[in-house]
Structure formats: structure tokens, C-alpha cells
Design a binder for this molecule. Structure first.
Ligand code: GLU
Length: 422
């Protein structure tokens, strides 16, 4: 694990996403002025967060909120709590949010935030004080018309409830629309928690239909069995796929006959890991990526498929549930091997799509059923997948390039229409 963390830090995600933008800008003959505009984040706020620890000491944590581009609407994006977080990572993830919102055509700009901390080493009280002080430090940026955070790695609906409450206490009335991914009881949306996994599963179905791949009995490997990976496993299992391997930070479990995701979920709840599950063989996360399968879903962290292991990947279809799991070098190797890749900004957009539904419900104070949420999510995903597929087909490019062309052209057009101030 330490080696994995170190490797992630070595490669710079910001360089990777700007490289992707440069590649697409050249292909689309993007106006160089707009290209230059989009290579920069609009604003980055760095804050120090003093927290009274349970043992009486004081620790000062560092946090950021980054707005990449707001041409299409208020800032939207998650809050990440991670011990290895860097400002460059937050900036990169903010840029990815701009493209993600644009590819599925939401009226939002891209943002991301986070704090350098290990939430599993903090007590509930420490986590709450850290979250409330962080929210307070960001308060000038936040608001339903300005910037709407959501959960990301290391944060959950509890953290969102504290953020919403802190903002509301400061303004003096309840403002549910200031964050999404809240508990349903205080204005959260039904279906939000499962939404990123659900959109990944929809992409598997859409891609399989286009490729003529049978899903009944198709072998699926999922790296990561958290908020996203576990939902993908349950949904794909329900439509007849065979989940042959899953993993978490401690390692994975492989059974070519298929694993039962319902029992795996119960095992994970009890023991906090899937790696000790009896009904299969232990594999490392590195081995897991190289297992024979039809569909591979990286649902853990970024930059796990690199030039070092890409040629050993044996899947025919990869659907990126995590943000940035494949490096550009690995992407080229996989493309040459004929692997069909559904990119992160399309595949995991379900989270922000249902965040958008949550925001709409909060603003209108009119709440939808889970079925309505899921149906609308499917509609948005199908339309976006179809639009990306058509661009890929018409321009003879891969799905990632096509998704970027669609997203970048929408944002560039918004900037062009609005003009550059002053
Ligand atoms: N953190 C999620 C993402 O990366 C959700 C963002 C949101 O809902 O605003 O897409």
C-alpha cells in the first residue's frame, strides 16, 4: 500500500489532465485563447484549519477549494479527505469536474475541495470540528447559487450534514441546497448514494449493447469495494454478470466461478475488508488488474493502470468508476490492444447528476421518488453515452477523446457566448 501511495504521488494528476486537454484542443482546433483560458483554474483558496484534538493538543490542517471554470453555472464538486492530498490533485479533480458536468450537460462549473487528513485516524468529534471549521473558512465561496460541495473520497453524508448545518447557522436559516449528498431526512435525494455506481453499471450495459457483448455470464473484475464498487457489483450481478474478483485497500479476492456481492457486502460490513472473504483466493490489487475477465471496473483511486501494467490487462471493456485510474501512456497501450474504455467523466457522472437532482429538489422543495430519480438518471446517461459514441464514431476517436471533445466544446462555447470580462 505504501508503494502504491508513493507511486500515485510521483505522477502528477494535474499534468495528466492538462495533457489530456492539450491533446483534445489540438484535435478540435480549439481557439488558442480559449485553450489557454481552460488550462488554468479560476480560483484556488488555501485555508489553515485549527482543530482542538481530543487529547487537548491543537493540530492545524491544510485544506483547499478550487474552482476551475464557472462559465456554465455555479461551482460543483466533492470534498476529499485524504492524507496524501495535494493542491495539484485538487486542481486536477476540479478540472475533471468541469468536463464531467459538461459532458452530461449540467448547468454547473467544475470545483473540488479537500483537507489533508486521515479521517480513519480522527474521532467523530475531531472530524466534526475539522469539517465545521473548514466550512467556515470556505464560507465566502459557498452557497446554492455559488458553490455546492458534495461527498468524495473520505467524506460521506454525515460530513455533508455538518457542512450544511455550519453554513445554515452562519446565515441564520436552513439552506439545504448548499451541499448535495446529504442524508435524505434533511433534504438529500433518494438514490444519491448509489448514483455513481448506477451510472457505471448503465455504461457497462450501453457499451455491451454497442459492442455486441453478452452480459449474461460476462466476467467482471472490480478494483475497490467502497461506495461505488460495491454498488456496481450488486447491479451487474443482478443483470447476470459474474463478479469474479473484487478488492479494497487490503487486497482482493478471486473466484473464477463468481462471487456473491450480497454476501461480500455483509462480510465487508462485519470485518471492514473483502480480502479475508473465504469463498475465493487472495490476490493483491496489482494481480487483480491482470486477471482474465471481460469487464474491468477500476473503482478505487487514480493512476492504477500505468505503462508498467497496461499490457498485462486482459479485459475487453474497461469502465472507469474512479477518477483518473488510467494514465495517458497506459491509455495508448490499451487502445492499441483494442480495449474499449468508457472514461471517468462519463462513467461516474451519476454522482453529480443525482447531486443536480438533489439541488433542484432542495430549491423547489419538491421531492422525487427513488424510481423517478433512477429513471431520470438513466435518461441523462443514455443521452450522454449516445452523444459521446456518435462523436467517437464520426471522428474515429476513442470514447475518452470524444467525451473531452463534447465537454470542452460545450464549455468553450459558453465562454465564447459570455465573452471574456472586461
Ligand atoms: N465527488 C463526486 C465526483 O467526483 C460527486 C461530485 C458532486 O456530486 O458534486 O463526481
Amino acid at each position: 500500500m505504501v508503494a502504491e501511495v508513493r507511486e500515485r504521488q510521483e505522477g502528477n494528476l494535474w499534468e495528466m489532465v492538462t495533457q489530456q486537454l492539450d491533446h483534445v484542443a489540438a484535435l478540435m482546433h480549439l481557439d488558442p485563447r480559449l485553450h489557454e483560458f481552460l488550462r488554468h483554474c479560476k480560483r484556488t483558496l488555501e485555508v489553515s484549519i485549527p482543530v482542538k484534538m481530543d487529547d487537548g493538543s491543537l493540530r492545524v490542517f491544510t485544506g483547499w477549494r478550487v474552482h476551475h471554470n464557472l462559465a456554465k453555472g455555479p461551482a460543483k464538486g466533492g470534498i476529499r479527505y485524504s492524507p496524501t492530498l495535494t493542491m495539484d490533485e485538487v486542481k486536477a479533480l476540479a478540472m475533471l469536474m468541469t468536463w464531467k458536468c459538461a459532458v452530461v450537460d449540467l448547468p454547473y462549473g467544475g470545483a473540488k475541495g479537500g483537507v489533508v487528513c486521515n479521517p480513519s485516524e480522527l474521532s467523530d468529534g475531531e472530524l466534526e470540528r475539522l469539517t465545521r471549521r473548514f466550512t467556515s473558512e470556505l464560507i465566502l465561496l459557498l452557497g446554492p447559487e455559488k458553490d455546492i460541495p458534495a461527498p468524495d473520497m473520505g467524506t460521506d453524508e454525515r460530513v455533508m450534514a455538518w457542512m450544511m448545518d455550519t453554513f445554515s447557522m452562519n446565515v441564520g436559516y436552513s439552506v439545504p441546497g448548499v451541499v448535495t449528498g446529504k442524508p435524505v431526512n434533511i433534504g438529500g435525494s433518494r438514490g444519491r448514494k448509489e448514483a455513481p455506481g448506477r451510472s457505471v453499471a448503465i455504461c457497462v450495459e450501453e457499451a455491451a449493447a454497442k459492442l455486441g457483448m453478452r452480459l449474461e455470464g460476462a466476467k467482471v473484475v472490480i478494483q475497490g469495494f467502497g461506495k461505488v464498487g460495491s454498488v456496481v457489483a450488486l447491479l451487474l450481478h443482478a443483470i447476470g454478470c459474474k463478479i469474479v474478483a473484487v478488492s479494497d485497500v487490503k487486497g482482493g479476492i478471486y473466484n473464477p466461478q463468481g462471487l456473491d456481492p450480497v454476501r461480500l457486502t455483509a462480510h465487508k460490513r462485519q470485518t471492514k475488508t473483502v480480502s479475508s472473504y473465504r469463498d475465493g483466493d487472495f490476490v493483491t490489487n496489482e494481480e487483480l488488474l491482470q486477471l482474465p475477465c471481460d469487464i474491468l471496473v477500476p473503482a478505487a483511486v487514480e493512476r492504477v493502470i500505468t505503462e508498467r501494467n497496461a499490457d498485462k490487462v486482459r479485459a475487453k471493456l474497461i469502465v472507469e468508476a474512479a477518477n483518473g485510474p488510467i494514465t495517458p501512456e497506459a491509455d495508448a497501450i490499451l487502445r492499441d490492444k483494442g480495449v474499449f474504455i468508457v472514461p471517468d467523466i462519463l462513467a461516474n457522472a451519476g454522482g453529480v447528476i443525482v447531486s443536480y437532482f438533489e439541488w433542484v429538489q432542495d430549491i423547489s422543495q419538491f421531492f422525487w421518488t427513488e424510481q423517478e430519480v433512477n429513471e431520470r438518471l438513466r435518461q441523462v446517461m443514455r443521452r450522454a453515452f449516445g452523444e459521446v459514441w456518435t462523436i467517437a464514431h464520426d471522428r474515429s476517436v476513442d470514447m475518452r477523446t470524444a467525451a473531452y471533445i463534447l465537454a470542452v466544446s460545450r464549455v468553450a462555447e459558453a465562454i465564447r457566448l459570455r465573452g471574456i470580462y472586461p
